[in-house]
Design a protein around this ligand. Structure first.
Ligand SMILES: [Zn+2]
Length: 101
């Protein structure tokens, strides 16, 4: 059996390098809107951040998403992205059995 190496990504907040599955991807679509991309496969310019709200907040504070995605993010965008990001974290957490709730 041949195992393909998993593509590596770098967190835009803390610069940690790991395989792409341990990150959450944000993507800027053709209209210039930024979304969280749970599949990691959406077309468009992407930015990866650790699956951690701390890195998300850090990236927001340092304006890393805006520069990585070449998009301008208003407060409402950040607020929406934070909800989407937390949803992804919950979904991933929920896939591990026996963690309650
Ligand atoms: Zn990070």
């Amino acid at each position: 059996m041949t195992q393909r190496p998993t593509p590596q990504r770098t967190c835009v907040a803390c610069r940690r390098v790991d395989d792409k599955r341990s990150f959450v991807r944000l993507v800027r679509d053709a209209e210039g809107d930024v979304h969280v991309d749970p599949s990691g496969k959406a077309p468009g310019r992407g930015a990866s951040v650790c699956a951690s709200i701390a890195c998300f907040e850090s990236a927001v504070t340092k304006n890393r998403f805006a520069s990585a995605l070449r998009a301008s993010l208003g407060e409402e965008d950040v607020e929406r992205l934070r909800h989407e990001f937390e949803d992804v974290l919950q979904t991933r957490g929920a896939s591990a059995p026996g963690t309650g709730r």
